[in-house]
Design a protein around this ligand. Structure first.
Ligand SMILES: Nc1ncnc2c1ncn2[C@@H]1O[C@H](COP(=O)(O)OP(=O)(O)O)[C@@H](O)[C@H]1O
Ligand SMILES: [Mg+2]
Length: 287
């Protein structure tokens, strides 16, 4: 019995099994300026069906954390388990969506979404049917035969999301998927994600530096500290579901945003003063 199970048993509640567990994760990068502690002893559990937002200032180690969970970085201390089994390297249980454009420009929407199914050897009719369902789920029906260049940035991100969902990952990792989009588009995409979440109950970890986005979407928000990256606080978001972006106007929503900002402000200020110091030490240009 783990500590969590014992304390849950003691409290008379059934333990919620962790689908994903990150245990004592530490990551150092060796740089020309010395060793940089990017992640310092981070542990976290994600339950099946849970939507967890990870928020923190730029440079605090969010992408490093995700790249380790997703298997893109293999050299670290600690352990990652899915359903209790240690995983390493890229793993079919975990699907990733990134900020950068990742659709194939030479494939149409439907061909992009069907790609992982094709790679997995699924028959054509079956994979196109499945891809069509996902295209519909992300709200791109009518655009099946368009190429990425004919779509908006938000539509391309939805194509990338549908493609990742196509191989039915147990855990979806999204690293600032909306960061390059304008505010209105990201709010509306947030609505779309809420609908997808309601339909699929997809276990998701979302990195964002946008507090409203984190609160709108998450069951729990983890606030990371600035260098070394640690989990500073976990905030349970006890807002009713189904949700839409309308919830942003509520008083309770405002209180969550204020609580998280109070934590984040200190970390963001550390990041800001460090980057200002770096600019001050850079040799002046010209003359
Ligand atoms: N491959 C790398 N080599 C050296 N330093 C890195 C590397 N990747 C990230 N870092 C450093 O680790 C820290 C965390 O980076 P990152 O995880 O990208 O932060 P975030 O996603 O929160 O902005 C930063 O200081 C960054 O410069
Ligand atoms: Mg990042």
């Amino acid at each position: 019995m783990t500590v969590a199970e014992r304390s849950a048993a003691a409290a008379g509640t059934a333990p919620a099994r962790a689908l994903l567990a990150v245990e004592h994760l530490t990551k150092r990068f060796e740089t020309p300026d010395g060793s940089l502690l990017a992640i310092d002893d981070v542990s976290l559990d994600v339950r099946e069906g849970e939507f967890v937002g990870v928020i923190g200032p730029s440079g605090c180690g969010k992408s490093t954390l995700f790249n380790i969970i997703g298997g893109l970085i293999e050299d670290y201390d600690g352990r990652i388990t899915v359903n209790g089994e240690t995983v390493s390297g890229s793993h079919r249980a975990i699907g990733m969506v990134f900020q950068e454009e990742s659709t194939f420009p030479w494939r149409t929407t439907i061909e992009n979404v069907a790609f992982p199914l094709e790679a997995a050897g699924m028959a054509k009719t079956e994979r196109l049917d499945r891809a069509r369902d996902l295209v519909k789920l992300v709200g791109l029906d009518g655009f099946e035969n368009r190429y990425p260049a004919e779509l908006s940035g938000g539509m391309r991100q939805r194509t990338a999301l549908a493609r990742t969902l196509a191989f039915a990952p147990k855990i979806l990792l999204m690293d600032e998927p909306f960061a390059s989009l304008d505010e209105q588009t990201r709010l509306l995409l947030g609505d779309k994600l809420l609908q997808i979440q309601a339909a699929l109950k997809q276990t998701t970890l979302l990195i964002t530096h946008n507090i409203a986005e984190a609160v709108q979407l998450s069951d729990r928000v983890l606030v990371m500290s600035y260098r070394p990256g640690r989990i500073k606080r976990a905030v349970d978001i006890d807002l009713p579901r189904p949700r839409t972006s309308e919830i942003i106007g509520s008083e309770q929503f405002g209180r969550y945003v204020a609580t998280i900002w109070a934590d984040l402000r200190e970390e963001a200020s550390k990041g800001l003063s460090e980057s200002e110091a770096a600019v001050a030490h850079r040799p002046a240009r010209g003359h």
